[in-house]
Design a protein around this ligand. Structure first.
Ligand code: ATP
Length: 448
């Protein structure tokens, strides 16, 4: 049998190490979560590529959201709208006129900054000689077709939300939903941010998870409160500790041009509290704007009551890439096993890149085929890694560092007793389990 490991001592500290951000960024690079894009050319303007583990985790974040917002409800349907979009959409929505950040230039070092983020001093050179702020539109403009003219202008969407509004009538007709109901979408959005920063917290290309929930106007306050609670609990349920999560209501002067009420779910990042998700009462602003611009009727007719109205909209708008980063920061921990320091990502099994690692004790040519059989049994129910290199202790550490909740070790006894050892990431406890019942056992452990 595999030698039992000493128990893990408690996590490093209630608070995080001062250089938590650096440690997580390094881990992301070293273990294949997130790479700087075009690295062999020196990188490209704060863009990032998601590596073999990052793509698994990001997918898990999006799947967890979709499961909560669409699969486990009967009042929300999905959509996947085009990224390349007509200027008419952005004119009607107000983005062409209003989706701007205040840009200032430093006259001394010529760096450019977002005025609302820096005060009156250049963070680069300390000069106070800054230009007056001017409105800078964040949308990426391009041309659809071979001719670059005003008639072929198109925009990369800066949010997924408008795809839901312009398809409101299509969805209503095809699904026969009635308010309250929602349309959900996950996908890329693009903003020409003046200062992308803090790793994947703010990038020019990112992924959003947004839902537009259409309600009778009189009910919008109640639904706004409902979604605040739902969304807050989603993060908590996936393992973000309560002391690192809060809801912050916007002051009236902070509200977007369309909103009568907004609250952010905020996470305590290493640099302080910052937004993970905005939940906004968008009123009937968007549907009315698109109805006026397009000439289409975007309203709901209730046949039972004979009432016709434009629904109000509650929008929980989250960032998938930003949220993944928060989950990584919250999960990062260090503890000790038998006097040896280990790094462990205490990720919820639903978010971890691999749920299971199958580890033959050695490369022995009788162990490897049995281990492969075990692997093939588990693959349909869990994302599995298979690792035969290095000592078993080193392999456990490698799995701990990427958050794999369970390791299954196949050893020489397995050849006789048809059993394997399941080892738990957090407690390092090991348990012998017959191969016959392994799939059911693992499924039970992973189910929440
Ligand atoms: P900020 O004020 O930080 O620029 P915002 O309030 O404009 O952001 P929203 O328009 O509400 O952001 O977007 C919804 C969510 O999309 C945000 O809460 C965030 O998680 C994500 N998001 C927005 N911009 C970015 C970005 N540049 N990079 C990564 N994620 C982003």
């Amino acid at each position: 049998m595999t030698a039992p490991e000493p128990a893990a001592t408690a996590g490093s500290a209630p608070d995080q190490p001062a250089d938590l951000m650096e440690r997580v960024v390094n881990l992301c690079k070293r273990r294949g979560f997130i790479f700087p894009s075009a690295e062999i050319y020196g990188g490209f303007r704060s863009t990032y590529d998601y590596g073999p583990l990052g793509v698994l985790m990001l997918r898990n974040v999006k799947d967890a959201w979709w499961r909560a917002m669409v699969q486990c409800r009967d009042d929300v349907v999905g959509l996947d709208a085009a990224i390349l979009s007509s200027p008419k959409i952005w004119e009607a929505s107000g983005h062409l006129a209003n989706f701007t950040d205040p840009l200032v230039d430093c006259r001394s070092c010529h760096e450019r900054w977002r005025a609302d983020k820096i005060g009156d001093t250049c963070p680069n050179c300390g000069s106070t000689d800054l230009t007056e702020p001017r409105a800078f539109n964040l949308m990426f403009k391009t041309y659809a077709g071979p001719v670059e003219s005003d008639a072929t202008v198109a925009y990369l969407r800066p949010e997924t939300a408008q795809g839901m509004f312009v398809n409101f009538a299509n969805v209503l007709q095809t699904t026969r939903k009635k308010p309250p109901f929602g349309i959900a979408q996950v996908g890329k959005s693009f903003r020409n941010e003046i200062t992308p920063q803090n790793f994947v917290f703010r990038t020019r290309e990112f992924e959003q998870m947004e839902m537009e929930y259409f309600v009778p106007p009189a009910d919008s306050g109640r639904w706004f409160e409902y979604w605040l609670e739902e969304r807050f609990n989603w993060y908590r349920g996936l393992g973000i500790p309560e002391d690192r999560l809060r809801l912050r209501h916007h002051d009236p002067d902070e509200l977007s041009h369309y909103s009568t009420g907004t609250a952010d779910v905020e996470f305590r990042f290493p640099w302080g509290w910052d937004e993970l998700e905005g939940i906004a009462n968008r009123t009937d602003f968007d549907l009315r704007a698109h109805a006026t611009s397009s000439g289409e009727r975007l309203e709901y007719f209730d046949q039972a009551t004979g009432e016709r109205y434009v629904p109000h909209v509650i929008e929980p708008a989250a960032g998938a890439t930003r949220t993944m980063m928060a989950f990584l920061l919250a999960a990062y921990d260090e503890d000790e096993i038998g006097g040896e320091r280990r790094t462990v990502l205490r990720l919820d099994p639903r978010l971890a890149p691999y749920q299971v690692a199958v580890l033959p004790l050695s490369k022995n040519d009788r162990l490897v085929p049995l281990s492969r059989r075990v692997l093939e049994q588990l693959q349909p129910i869990a994302m599995c890694d298979f690792d035969v290199t290095q000592s078993i202790g080193r392999r456990y550490r490698r799995q701990d560092e990427v958050g794999t909740p369970l390791c299954v070790t196949v050893d020489f006894d397995s050849l006789d007793d048809e059993a394997v050892t399941i080892r738990d990431r957090d407690t390092t406890e090991q348990q012998r389990v017959p191969i016959d019942s392994l799939v059911a056992d693992i499924a039970g452990r992973l189910r929440r």
